[in-house]
Write a new protein. Structure first.
Length: 65
């Protein structure tokens, strides 16, 4: 039981040491990158929607059996 507890404590100490090594981005950078991701998702969504409309129009010319 004591070995398990020592292992958990050792693990948590290692996590704390690694956590201190993280370099967090500035708030301004996070906001800019978030905006870029949302803009790219919007552009691709509109592109897929337009392609869908085009394919529906093209396939509308094919007579159904």
């Amino acid at each position: 039981m004591n070995d398990n507890l020592n292992g958990i404590v050792s693990y948590l100490k290692s996590v704390k040491l690694e956590w201190a090594k993280i370099t967090w981005p500035e708030r301004k950078q996070v906001i800019a990158e978030t905006f870029a991701v949302v803009a790219i998702i919007f552009v691709f969504t509109v592109a897929v929607y337009l392609i869908d409309i085009i394919f529906k129009a093209i396939l509308g010319f094919i007579p159904s059996v």
